[in-house]
Design a protein around this ligand. Structure first.
Ligand SMILES: C[S@@+](CC[C@H](N)C(=O)[O-])C[C@H]1O[C@@H](n2cnc3c(N)ncnc32)[C@H](O)[C@@H]1O
Length: 298
């Protein structure tokens, strides 16, 4: 099975405005679709450093002297770039979320389609999984995760039935979880609600929004003036962070203004956001919620 079909391949890499001798970073290597396109556009002296915290991504490593793959979380972007000898890079690409491979391997526990143990760790070395969220969180914590990250209106009720169910022993598998929340899964919306529950737990397990914030803040520090950032997000919680950061250099509030009333911001968006066209969505259903934003360091 194909590891991953890259989304918005050309516009995302176009957004980096690649200089053949430049140094670029792909922080979400996955199957390497975007990385291969970057390498095509680099000359012999260019360099590409890729990150992926998932060990499975190492099987896709590209045999090319211009390429390095770092098996780490991109929240450590700055640290590992330094380790590889780079204080600055010319452009950074991020394609957040889960790869098709991660969804398609039942044991990883990311997909609502399979019966599997509760897991959802992107980094298989992490000690914290979906099992811990579902079985060890207090009811109020669980409800807040479901509300904030799953945008579930029935978050309180869902947390309550999960906590009731686990009194009879831990909830270990996706089927047991589904059974616990069955009351909140009306036939015509079963898949949607379950997907929202999964999204919430996955975001919590991988601390996805915190990690994205750390990454965006560090991207500013490693890009030179004119350096590019191309980011694809897949849901409104991610996109809101990216949009606000690219406009304001912050996640909340408004930037300070200088004496002329101009906002002091570290980067500015390049063009409007881009979404896949109908043909791409038809060919690759996972592209349907993608939104690409590009920015340039000021
Ligand atoms: C949507 S896929 C990227 C696919 C890739 N662009 C391609 O063309 O194949 C996202 C990848 O990023 C990785 N990932 C997600 N969050 C990460 C993080 N915080 N640090 C490192 N890798 C991460 C996942 O393991 C996954 O392989």
């Amino acid at each position: 099975m194909e590891y991953h079909n890259p989304v918005l391949l050309h516009p995302t890499v176009d957004g980096l405005a690649i200089k053949p001798d430049g140094v670029y970073v792909d922080v979400t290597f996955g199957g390497g679709g975007h990385s291969r396109e970057i390498l095509k556009r680099l000359g012999p002296n260019g360099k590409l450093i890729a990150f992926d915290q998932d060990k499975d991504a190492l099987d896709n490593v590209i045999d090319d002297p211009r390429f390095v793959l770092v098996n780490e979380n991109f929240r450590f972007l700055k640290r590992f770039l330094r380790f590889h000898g780079h204080k600055q890079v010319d452009g950074i690409l991020a394609d957040f979320g889960v790869s098709s491979h991660q969804f398609d391997v039942a044991e990883r526990g990311f997909s609502t389609r399979f019966e599997a143990e509760l897991d959802m760790r992107m980094d298989q070395g992490s000690a914290f999984s979906a099992y811990d969220v579902v079985n060890n969180y207090e009811e109020s914590q669980l409800s807040s995760v479901l509300f904030q990250y799953g945008e579930l209106r029935a978050s309180k009720g869902i947390a309550r039935v999960i906590c009731e169910k686990r009194k009879n022993g831990p909830i270990k598998t996706s089927d047991q979880l589904k059974e616990a929340v069955a009351r909140f899964l009306p036939k015509h919306r079963e898949h949607k609600i379950l997907a929202q529950i999964y999204q919430a737990i996955r975001i919590e397990v991988n601390q996805e929004l915190e990690v994205i914030k750390e990454f965006l803040q560090q991207s500013i520090e490693v890009l030179p003036v004119g350096g590019r950032l191309s980011v694809i997000s897949y849901h409104s919680l991610e996109d809101r962070l990216v949009k606000r950061f690219m406009r304001n250099g912050m996640f909340e509030g408004e930037p300070e203004k200088d004496v002329f009333g101009r906002a002091e911001v570290p980067m500015k968006p390049v063009g409007k956001f881009i979404i896949p066209d109908a043909a791409e969505i038809k060919e690759n259903n996972r592209a349907r919620s993608a939104k690409l934003r590009i920015a340039k360091k000021l």
